[in-house]
Design a protein around this ligand. Structure first.
Ligand SMILES: Cc1cc2nc3c(=O)[nH]c(=O)nc-3n(C[C@H](O)[C@H](O)[C@H](O)COP(=O)(O)OP(=O)(O)OC[C@H]3O[C@@H](n4cnc5c(N)ncnc54)[C@H](O)[C@@H]3O)c2cc1C
Length: 267
């Protein structure tokens, strides 16, 4: 079973709010100084799903793709250290400013260049832009079924049985292969690579493909090829007023607070 896993590198979601800055004129996120980007938290779960399927089948190859800057190689290396076999980094200045649709096109072309695949696994969403649309886009472009938000994946003969997370329960569906499946955090903890696996991962191949290597024409990239115009990008202003309730004793402070709340018709 040949599985392709797409992993994305994102700004660390633990970045303190004060360090998160946006260039509103350029409509770009300014990378926080001194805080390294991380792999999107749902994507190691997609890698874990691939590893469990390969272990159960006793054979197969797992190829990891990431589209991003040079540093996105770390996201690929993490998946390789977990046990994936090979990596492909889609890296080109032409990918600057790429939107979700263009991302789906680029990943699709890379998947088609890899060629033989039975399953494409992705995270349920990327925790930065958090739109959750790339898996559906890739499935549509490849012309294969898409199953989203998986908490369990099992091979069932020639098909795949997938347990999905719903708002108020779970749903089990079966899909023929090849298919795209997006994996949710309910899938369970991904394995943590040991030092030896991290060292072995350094020896695994990561190919770097440009836009031209995957046959992406310049009119498919850049502002002209975007499907999603970005009108504005900004951090919302949060205002808060704090009033210190005075009083000589805790009882008096509590009385003054109660009077204020009553005056404001809150009690
Ligand atoms: C106008 C516009 C300009 C933008 N400019 C930039 C920019 O300059 N730089 C930038 O980084 N982003 C930019 N973005 C955001 C970028 O397009 C999205 O981050 C990207 O398309 C993925 O969408 P998402 O984050 O919503 O992914 P989701 O659909 O939420 O991701 C779901 C899953 O898809 C897979 N996936 C998504 N993206 C990738 C990837 N890059 N590589 C491998 N797997 C992936 C992962 O498995 C992920 O878990 C821009 C967006 C717009 C609309």
């Amino acid at each position: 079973m040949n599985i392709i896993v797409c992993v994305k590198q994102i700004p660390d979601p633990e970045t303190p709010a004060a360090s998160f800055k946006v260039d509103e004129a350029a409509k770009k996120v300014i990378p926080a100084q001194g805080i390294a980007p991380v792999v999107n938290p749902f994507d190691p779960q997609a890698t874990e799903a691939a590893l469990r399927l390969r272990d159960a089948a006793g054979e197969g190859k797992i190829t990891v793709i990431s589209l991003g800057p040079d540093s996105a190689r770390d996201a690929i290396k993490h998946a390789l250290a977990m046990g994936a076999d090979e990596g492909v980094l889609l890296n080109d200045a032409a990918f600057e400013g790429i939107d979700n649709f263009q991302t789906a096109v680029a990943l699709t072309k890379a998947i088609q260049k890899i060629g033989e695949y039975d399953l494409v696994l992705m995270g349920r969403s990327a925790a930065d832009w958090d739109m959750g649309v790339v898996p559906a886009g890739v499935g549509q472009l490849l012309g294969i079924p898409v199953v989203t938000v998986a908490k369990g994946i099992e091979k069932n003969g020639a098909a795949l049985k997938v347990e999905r997370v719903l708002d108020d329960g779970f749903q089990t569906v079966e899909t023929p292969l090849p298919a795209v499946v997006s994996v949710s955090n309910e899938f369970g903890e991904p394995r943590y690579p040991q030092l030896r696996q991290i060292m072995l991962a350094a020896k695994k191949t990561v190919q770097v493909w440009s836009a031209a290597d995957i046959g992406m024409a310049s009119d498919e990239l850049g502002a002209g090829g975007r499907w999603l115009p970005l009108d504005a990008l900004y951090v919302p202003k949060v205002e808060s007023n704090v009033e210190i309730i005075e009083g000589d004793s805790p009882e008096e402070k509590a009385r003054n607070l109660a009077q204020k709340l009553r005056a404001a018709k809150l009690i």
